[in-house]
Design a binder for this molecule. Sequence first.
Ligand SMILES: C[S@@+](CC[C@H](N)C(=O)[O-])C[C@H]1O[C@@H](n2cnc3c(N)ncnc32)[C@H](O)[C@@H]1O
Length: 212
Amino acid sequence: MTETSDLFTLKRNFFVLAHRVNTDGNFNLNDLCGSAGRLDGIIRSINSSLFLSHGIRRDSAVHAIMMGPSDPPKVLSILGSSVRYLNPDERSTASLIKKALEIALPASNGSCIRSTPGIYVTRGGLDHVLDNVKGRSFLLLENADKGRKILETIAMDVGNINFFLSDDRDFEEEEIETIMLTSDGAISVSPKVLHTDHCITVIHSILDDIEN
Ligand SMILES: C[S@@+](CC[C@H](N)C(=O)[O-])C[C@H]1O[C@@H](n2cnc3c(N)ncnc32)[C@H](O)[C@@H]1O
């Protein structure tokens, strides 16, 4: 067993609210957009969070807060520091996720099991995540303050930093209010509405520039 907070210690953490993605592993690997509840989009966010051209971002982690049927809520965490067997193709990642979701997880919040190296599944939802994150947190929203400027002012002295994004659906108002209560604010990374995975790439680019 692992503590939830142990999963949130890497330098860059991306939390994606997966509103309707399957949570029991009972989906067809050939139907990620349909029976898996748009798992394809979550996997693209995993790829943007962790892959370099020829390597893995070992200082980054991605956490899908999964709320779809039939066993929510669960957090699927992939830690760049220790992940193995992760490849850029969507089907093989879906297979790793399916294996993680098929593990029988106790009902109590915080129960956490390692599925394969670097991949963990935790019982809990947004509130449980917010209770356990450390460091600075930002909500990614269209039409918020410019993220680059804000990150430039804080990123050099920050320990770990957390970003909350929604999937292909908008955040619920209640989710925004809940995240804003404990975060450092909302930021925008473009005047355009982007895909979730593209926002993650932009955030990495901003932080890479600041750090180098
Ligand atoms: C595809 S968008 C959500 C759906 C979108 N509102 C629509 O019109 O269909 C997915 C998520 O990416 C993030 N996002 C998209 N564009 C953004 C931007 N310009 N700045 C910051 N975050 C953005 C937000 O977290 C958003 O909820």
